[in-house]
Design a protein around this ligand. Sequence first.
Ligand SMILES: [Zn+2]
Length: 418
Amino acid sequence: MRLLLLFWLPCAAVAAPLDDIAAAYVHLTLEAGVREPGYVDAYYGPRDWQAAAAANPRSPGQLRIDAAALRARLLGLRDLAGESLRRRDFLAAQLRAAETRLAMRDGVKFAFDAEAEGLFATRPPTQPLADFDPLLAEIDRLVPGDGPLWQRVDAFKDKVIVPPDRLAAVMQAAIAECRRRTLVHIPLPAEERFALSFVTAKPWSGYNWYEGGASSRIEVNTDLPVRIDRAVDLGCHEGYPGHHVLNLLLERELAQGRGWIEFTVYPLYSPQSLLAEGSANYGIDLAFPGDEQRDFETRVLYPLAGLDPALAPAQAKLNRAMRALSGARLTIAREWLDGRIDRATALALTQKYLLVSPARAEQSLKFTETYRAYVINYGLGRDMVQARVERAGADPALRWAVMRALLSEPTLPADLLK
Ligand SMILES: [Zn+2]
């Protein structure tokens, strides 16, 4: 008994201040969410905390001061190790992001890189657009013909638009396959579920709304025609092993398993989003290594969509080549948001380097306008998660084990570099 007591006391002494600060962080995040709609991406903690925040939110200025004070308290905690240290560091990074976002709400203007570092604990690398020119030349050879390259690529990809009346069946089949492949490596609770719906007039192409209790709503934007490769992308990214799985693991392992209340809330503008978007994007490669996405689409999705499966190999080849262009989006966003180019130039460069129609370039810029430095989380986040997971070696089981650990722990961008 005595030994047990001696062991128990120091743990409790460490956990109590962390628990207090974590609860204060949740209240602060909920109130910041009242001040900025969309800031809270998911919440499944005590209902009355949400009502209290809505009834009496602090001002953004006061919230900013209180976030800084909470962070100072955290950094003043001594003798932390192991899980407690990781928990402290995670909370400190989330609070730094809250301070940054609240400063922005208060009118403070950050340069793109400083905003990215403040919100997502990551300094994005600089890659000049000229670096992507050899890739454009390579893609030019894949899609021969006259007219601007973006036009040829756009027309080529439009050959595999899923007819609207087949879209739900194609999406459901893709999601089911992403789920099946994830379940081999990550056990999921029996009650987990999602509801799929189609929406319009949104600045994004897909969104997962996590509702707690292992349940999500996945929305797919149909403002623009949906091409067949988006089905597996969306199924993995929004669902399995992407956002739906990340959220349910955080809920089960950390919020319920450890009693860490901070994991009942997910502020969109925080380092959590780099892991969320990065793991959701890399999850496509993990679930469909090599040519497996192409093979699955050829065998199942093309027939379901009423499309000719003979189109699949060339489409897959083009998509693979275009993937390396995703870094151009970050460079264009930085140039535009930092005021070095105007909107019209950003639009033209988006068409040129992302090889999209004016309508799709417009959708991309609307996203950047709304979410700003958040755009780093997709390409850079994917590269960082990929590098971390693939350090485990080529064995798929080992890669999935690392992925599962990343999704089940308080993972920060810095942890991906270890
Ligand atoms: Zn996402």
